[in-house]
Design a protein around this ligand. Structure first.
Ligand code: IFM
Length: 453
């Protein structure tokens, strides 16, 4: 048995987002977001729910922050709701929205948790969608103005500012219909992608203008690396390579290198979905960053003939009971890829990592034995520690999520929390994983048996 020790100033936190936890969707002046409206269309959300009440964090944040403090967290990741602050997306400011975030951020500091804020986590104001949303090039300036307002209001009280969480969600919402606002056109997806990247660049540019002395700025990208299921099969390799280009690399290349790669450009040309890219756009997108937020959950294995491969092998073979592959090495491989292929030399935070539905039933004595979640988190922490040992500059780790919450199209059916939420009563119950994580966060260390990886 060895003990894995994380550095003294390593951040242990949980990640959350406004639309998924706050609720109070129509209270105190908040405008509607595209998810408030999208969720009301029958068939869009698995259980027919909406983010109207979610975890009611808006009203219960004091007790939830107490809970996070009792779990020994020294940082907390949250997002601002754009329509709570600017109900129409631009123009008139909702003071009550600003007041809420002021109280929230004060609450974090009071409990010694470093605020790690995201400016945009998918909840575009509906009023902006009526103007074309992420398809309207002006959105980059609207976003920039919103970001500037946040910097001026909260400035150095927030030491970590991420512009956008997982820009791919915008693609999914405009190209695949799976997310709000529900369009299904590849051309829309690629254009929306380009605009959200412009918005990111604009927000970083404005961040520098504010000259905040104590704060850093970055972006959060999720990396699900695709691999060929059969490494010796050319077609599997080809699919995996193109999928990587179309997904996370379509963000990494513009943000870190200031270009779209030839393979993606060719794909967009062939599929007639090339976005309008104006002179100077790529420079506007590629801004120096202070940190990189990596969301990593798993890898994806691609196969040209899935029907020819036995089921359990389609995705590797080592499965958890929730049907997902147990492959914690994915996080190590993502960090390695960033270092080797992108020469990333800024601090990395693992801004999300977690798994859902791991035996969530409340058992005798009010206990939730989510053993597989503990295994998953342990495995990921092991591989993070290993990457650090090999020189990766990883400064923190955030479990998705503190509470079970509103998981977008899965509604309340996908539970990711370290803390169980009864959505009828809003009662909270710390799961076994929450108790385990509290212990790791408190001690900064974890036991590990060789061979467990
Ligand atoms: O709930 C989401 C979150 O909003 C973005 N990253 C993935 C999480 C789990 O699916």
């Amino acid at each position: 048995m060895e003990t894995i020790r994380f550095p003294k100033d390593f951040l242990f936190g949980t990640a959350t987002s406004a639309a998924q936890l706050e609720g109070a969707a129509r209270e105190e002046g908040k405008g509607l977001s595209i998810w408030d409206t999208f969720a009301r269309i029958p068939g869009n959300i698995a259980d027919g729910s909406t983010p109207e009440n979610a975890c009611d964090l808006y009203h219960r944040y004091e007790e939830d922050l107490d809970l996070a403090q009792r779990m020994n967290l020294n940082s907390f990741r949250f997002s601002f709701s754009w329509p709570r602050i600017l109900p129409e997306g631009k123009g008139k400011v909702n003071q009550k929205g600003l007041d809420y975030y002021k109280r929230f951020i004060d609450g974090l500091w009071k409990r010694n948790m470093i605020p790690n804020a995201t400016i945009y986590h998918w909840d575009l104001p509906y009023e902006l969608e009526r103007l074309g949303g992420w398809l309207n090039r002006d959105v980059a300036d609207w976003f920039g103005e919103y970001a500037s307002l946040l910097y001026r209001e909260f400035g150095d009280a927030v030491p970590m500012w991420a512009t956008v969480n997982e820009p791919i969600a915008t693609y999914v919402g405009y190209a695949l219909g799976g997310f709000a606002p529900g369009f299904r056109l590849e051309k829309y997806g690629r254009q929306a992608n380009h605009h959200i990247l412009l918005a990111h660049g604009e927000a970083i540019r404005r961040f520098r203008q504010e000259n905040l002395k104590e704060s850093k700025a970055g972006i959060v990208v999720d990396i699900w690396q695709h691999y060929p299921l059969r490494p010796d099969n050319d077609r599997d390799c080809e699919i995996a390579r193109l999928e990587n280009e179309k997904t996370f690399r379509s963000y990494l290349n513009p943000v870190l290198k200031g270009c779209y790669r030839q393979e993606l450009l060719q794909y967009m040309e062939e599929k007639d979905c090339m976005p309008v890219i104006k002179d100077g756009d790529m420079e506007r997108i590629r801004q120096p960053l202070d940190f990189f937020g990596l969301n990593c959950y798993n890898r994806v294995l691609d196969c040209a003939e899935p029907e020819a491969v036995p089921d359990r092998k389609k995705n590797g073979g080592n499965f958890m009971e929730n049907g997902t592959e147990y492959y914690p090495r994915a996080v190590y491989e993502a960090v390695e890829m960033l270092r080797k292929e992108y020469q990333l030399a800024i601090p990395v935070y693992i801004t999300e990592n977690g798994t859902c539905n791991c035996g969530e039933q409340v058992q005798d004595g009010g206990r939730i034995r989510d053993t597989q979640r503990i295994e998953y988190l342990r495995g990921n922490l092991y591989w993070i520690a290993r990457a650090m040992e090999e020189g990766a500059d990883i400064r923190g780790y955030y479990v998705w999520s503190l509470l079970d919450n509103w998981e977008w199209c899965a509604g309340f059916e996908s539970r990711f929390g370290l803390v169980h939420v009864d959505f009828d009563t809003q009662e909270r119950l710390v799961k076994d994983s929450g108790k385990w994580y509290a212990q790791v966060a408190g001690s900064g260390e974890m036991d590990w048996k060789e061979g467990e990886e």
